[in-house]
Design a binder for this molecule. Structure first.
Ligand code: FCB
Length: 486
């Protein structure tokens, strides 16, 4: 997909359709007269929910013994975050979680995907658990269960304890054991009530942006760091799943990948070759080791120096589910200075509408990703664990925020889910990104992805039209009058 934050920096001059002037990008996203849509009829039992992550919403960074994470360090480094902001307060979900759970219950969501902040549980990344930190997730879990929303926890959404980063972080193989210990501590406390656990969120994005490109924490650069981080995340995922399965055989264990179809942006053969490299880095270097016990042919030599005997067997582990984060396709070009294996982002196909991130809106790409899992990876049980869009929403008016473009975006991706299911993909649920407007990494608070508006001065929550739409879908009520978007 066209991603992300500072992505324009990575693009060769003159090639960036996504570098369209912002007002033009927005004009493309503006609602056009409604076209007739097929009826949305999700199968019985299909889970509808919302996703968030710890650093992006919790705030309370110095409370109850929490240690520093790489995102605290990074966001407090001048020049790293577009609006100079940080996650110190964010949505203050740490204190307002009950209100947020109440809103999910009102939406009729069957489930909520959140992440656990490792530095709350192990402030220094090792050793005995910090009990008050675990207590927070205990309170959250109990509140969710009391309101009929099934908790779905992700163990790592990019907030590594800074103490581990000081020893090399994901580039140091030692992190594999640390992560496995941490995972066991958390699940020992919450596994009796949280039935589904994802190990990592988007290892490829974390490896690429945090360790090769450097526009995300921990801000490391260079392909070698990417390779080390990616391999160690693959290992950590396998190691934690094995340990957890042995101790808790009834839990649903899996992981979450960012997946996108990768296409050459032009007809040039060098762009076609670039697309193969980009695809390996974004998709294949996660999928192939997990499901097939090998790296894609094009990556194998690169990873070789990091692979020890037994590693590939350790990474290949059966998963109970795969979480798929999907935002759009990637249209790529050959670029010797490009951040991803000598490839970079090129122009979207002419006429492609985009979101405020300048990411292309391509619901059919989700069907393609799920079909690839069906055809090449044994059709694992999947959940769309993230999908959504940033738009420059209007300010709340009369207790409401109208976001027709986001609403249509969600509708179109739910329709894509429906097509994928019809085509035999084992898709079981959809979690919108995100429940709340939040701290969008290097973009700070300048990008709003929420179905609930957050006023970052008062922290007041205001549900948007997209929230009402999802609530109607969840309840089986007609959605026709809610949808006014393109
Ligand atoms: C995903 C991240 C999530 C959020 C969305 C917009 O890649 O997992 O935290 O930033 O993108």
């Amino acid at each position: 997909m066209i991603r992300r934050r500072d992505l324009l920096l990575a693009m060769p001059a003159g090639l960036a359709a996504s570098a369209l002037p912002r007002d033009l990008a927005l004009a493309q996203a503006a609602p056009s007269p409604a076209a007739p849509q097929p009826e949305l009829k999700l199968p019985p039992g299909f889970i509808l929910g919302a996703s968030t992550s710890s650093y992006q919403i919790e705030g309370a960074v110095n409370e109850d013994g929490r240690g520093a994470s790489i995102w605290d360090t990074f966001s407090h480094t001048p020049g790293r975050i577009k609006d100079g902001s940080n996650g110190d307060v964010a949505c203050d979900h740490y204190h307002r979680f009950a209100e947020d759970v109440e809103l999910m219950a009102q939406a009729g969501f069957g489930s909520y995907r959140f992440s656990v902040a490792w530095p709350r549980v192990q402030p220094d990344g090792a050793g005995a658990p910090n009990v008050p930190g675990l207590d927070f997730y205990d309170r959250l879990t109990d509140r969710l269960l009391a309101r009929g929303v099934k908790p779905f926890a992700c163990l790592y959404h990019w907030d590594l304890p800074q103490a581990l980063q000081d020893k090399g972080g994901w580039t140091n193989r030692d992190v594999v054991g640390r992560f496995t210990d941490y995972a066991q501590l958390v699940v020992a406390r919450l596994g009796d009530r949280v039935p589904r656990w994802a190990m990592l969120n988007e290892p490829s994005v974390h490896a690429i942006f945090g360790h090769a490109f450097g526009n995300h924490a921990p801000g490391m650069t260079g392909w070698k760091n990417y390779l080390a981080a990616q391999h160690h995340m693959n290992l950590a995922q396998g190691s934690a799943i094995r340990a957890l399965r042995a101790a808790h055989p009834k839990l649903g264990l899996g992981t979450v990948f960012s997946l996108q179809p990768v296409l050459p942006a032009t007809g040039k053969p060098e762009d076609a070759a670039a697309a193969v490299r980009f695809d390996a880095a974004w998709n294949g270097n996660n999928l192939d080791p997990l499901f097939h016990g090998r790296y894609p042919e094009i990556s194998a030599a690169d990873f070789a120096p990091f692979i020890r005997e037994g590693d590939l067997d350790a990474i290949k582990v059966p998963v109970d589910f795969l979480g798929v984060n999907y935002y759009g396709r990637a249209h790529v070009v050959d670029d010797p200075n490009g951040v991803i294996a000598g490839a970079g982002w090129g122009p979207h196909p002419p006429g492609t509408r985009t979101t405020a991130m300048a990411w292309p809106i391509e619901p059919q790409g989700l069907v393609e990703v799920l079909a690839r899992l069906r055809d090449d990876y044994g059709n694992p049980q999947t959940f769309v664990t993230e999908n959504g869009a940033a738009y420059d929403d209007p300010a709340p008016k009369g207790g409401a925020v109208d976001d027709p473009a986001r609403t249509a975006f969600i509708r179109d991706h739910l329709l894509a889910c429906q097509r994928a299911i019809t085509e035999g993909c084992a898709l079981k649920g959809y979690y919108v990104w995100s429940l709340l407007d939040n701290f969008e990494w290097a973009e700070g608070y300048s990008r709003r992805f929420g179905i609930i508006h957050v006023d970052f001065a008062t922290l007041q929550r205001t549900p948007k039209t997209s929230f009402a739409y999802l609530a109607a879908v969840a309840s089986g009520a007609p959605t026709g009058t809610i949808l006014t978007g393109p």
